[in-house]
Write a protein that binds this ligand. Sequence first.
Ligand code: BG6
Length: 299
Amino acid sequence: MNPATNLESLKQHEITGAVAVSTGKGGLPRVTVATAHSRTELYLHGAHVTAFQKNGEPPLLFMSTASHFAADKPIRGGIPICFPWFGARTGAPAHGFARLMEWHLAATSVLPDGRVSVRLRLLDNSGLAAQFPGKVEYTVTAGETLTLELHVVNTSGEHLAFEECLHTYFAVGDIAAVSVRGLKGVSYLDKVGEPATRTETESTIKFSSEVDRVYLDTVQPVIIEDAKLKRTIRVEKFHSKSTVVWNPWIAKAKAMPDFGDDEYHRMVCVESGNVAQNQMALTAGASSTLKVVLSSQLG
Ligand code: BG6
């Protein structure tokens, strides 16, 4: 835990029966949210949602059993926040610094409809975050659905460009029984092998090898059909023009130290954001909110 974070001071945000704060894996502070419909868990490290489970359903999010839980490493699984860049960057952490920082727990509340909201803020006084001229907040609202909102305000006095992506790992019964719908006709950057730009020709995307694609200029919801778990997951996006679909498959899974060799069978990433050609550009004083609503249904 960041020495500046005192578990006792975080406990002021607890709400009996709805929000609890505790020390999680690796000694990192964790927030647990309970509603009539679901249970959610998130870490202040990376503002990282590590679990969401509706009553009577299997967990919605995949978490690697090999994940690190350490202040200097990202968590593998759940919903990493890629910000303010996506992908590799020479001399800087992959997918940005936001997933490596401990966020400030700003507020918690029970909404009139029974959903529970947790608001986190990226502290701008340390490390690489000190160089980012903006205010960044993340609100997680849990109920029957899970709503994620990443809010950025440009405080720089000039144009501010950045990438953002909610790198969601969904739990599936068997990747061979998964189809992803909603991307037919969309142009994408294919990152497997020699990078190439292609157009999606399939109405249902299936997985039988590594998939690493950045779909561009698409605001449509994406549907994940899981024939093994008999579950349909809906990823609804607002102010998100990019959708990334990723499964590392065999070789890449083996090469990742914080991911089990066989775990690629049980996950698929469908990530919502604004990356590559869709990166954000805010004028001075402007703000943006990337919003994603995740819902699921069995049967
Ligand atoms: C995906 C990228 O979003 O994240 C992949 O498209 C990358 O190229 C994957 O391998 C995992 O990245 P990381 O940094 O969490 O290992």
